[in-house]
Design a protein around this ligand. Structure first.
Ligand code: URA
Length: 303
């Protein structure tokens, strides 16, 4: 038996979360406000997604464009799929296809991309997990540590949309919709993420202003973008709304200013909150929530 802990069902920190929810509601922006106009980097560049889909049954019965088929299977964004096609990396029924706009029948045609067979997932799954502490944001861990998949009892294979640190709690999306996941993770869409951080000491107004204006991270010198931030409670809680996701960004922003983050909770991702979910609990997204995510990242991508 793997040495893993049972999922926890701790109630949330009611006081801090009530405060954060108030802050969240008072700062909520629409999806269209948060979208930004240009794409600068490859959609797949920061992705933890596997190159090929693991599920093997296809469902569509009509012809679809090859780039859309590849995107639906989680191979790459449509734009990247076009590049793969043009670069001669895609075969259909044993023949190289370099024509953009080529159509395939997902039921019948055998598509091979970068040397491996591509198949569609049977059904799309969209899950919101309230991630507990001490769980890593991968689907499999070679060292047999507890992963987020230990909390989700489904047979289908899903992947995390981005990552949370092992001890960060809160909203984490999992899906087998590679195209949507790539888009949500792409920095150019500026998908909003709200956090509640508990600090080792009270933050000053001057430091709060530095967080809001954007600062240069002390370890790498990267510049953070402007964000929204508010002091909560006695001054040791800070609510933040970011539109970017540099590695361990919240911790590093506070370290730069001389604070330690004792606890970090992501109270919402792309407008989806963990309200009603205890730590370790998950739910399928509602159709209107999936639609909301699609709208947030719906424009065609450009490199
Ligand atoms: N920022 C962090 O420092 N950690 C996370 O898990 C997410 C954002």
């Amino acid at each position: 038996m793997p040495n893993k802990m049972k999922p926890k069902t701790n109630p949330n920190n009611a006081h801090a979360l009530a405060q954060s929810e108030r802050a969240v509601n008072s700062h909520r922006r629409t999806a269209s406000e948060s979208a930004k106009p240009t794409l600068s980097r490859s959609l797949a560049s920061k992705s933890a997604w596997p190159q090929l889909s693991a599920k093997t049954k296809s469902v569509a019965s009509t012809q679809v464009r090859l780039n859309k088929f590849l995107a639906s299977a989680g191979i790459a964004s449509r734009r990247k799929a076009d590049e793969m096609i043009q670069n001669g990396e895609v075969e259909v029924n044993g023949k190289l296809v370099t024509e953009l706009g080529f159509k395939v029948n997902p039921e019948k045609d055998k598509v091979v991309a970068a040397g491996r067979i591509v198949t569609l997932h049977r059904r799309k799954i969209y899950i919101l997990l309230n991630k507990p502490k001490d769980a890593i944001s991968t689907t499999h861990d070679e060292r047999d540590r507890r992963t987020v998949m230990d909390f989700i009892d489904i047979d289908e294979r899903v992947y995390t949309v981005g990552r949370l640190d092992r001890n960060t709690t809160g909203a984490l999306l999992l899906t087998n919709d590679g195209d949507l996941a790539h888009r949500l993770m792409h920095p150019s869409f500026g998908v909003p993420k709200e956090y509640l951080a508990e600090l080792d000491k009270k933050i000053t107004r001057a430091d709060l202003q530095k967080l809001k204006s954007g600062l240069r991270l002390s370890d790498t010198g990267e510049k953070t973008s402007e964000c929204e931030a508010e002091i909560l409670g006695d001054g040791t809680y800070v609510w933040l709304k970011l539109h970017e996701g540099k590695n361990r960004q919240v911790h590093r922003m506070f370290w730069t200013l001389g604070y330690d983050v004792k606890k970090l909770d992501r109270v919402s991702y792309a407008g989806l909150t963990t309200k009603g979910l205890r730590r370790g609990q998950w739910r399928n997204l509602l159709p209107k929530e999936i639609e909301h995510l699609r709208k947030m990242v719906e424009r065609e991508t450009k490199t």
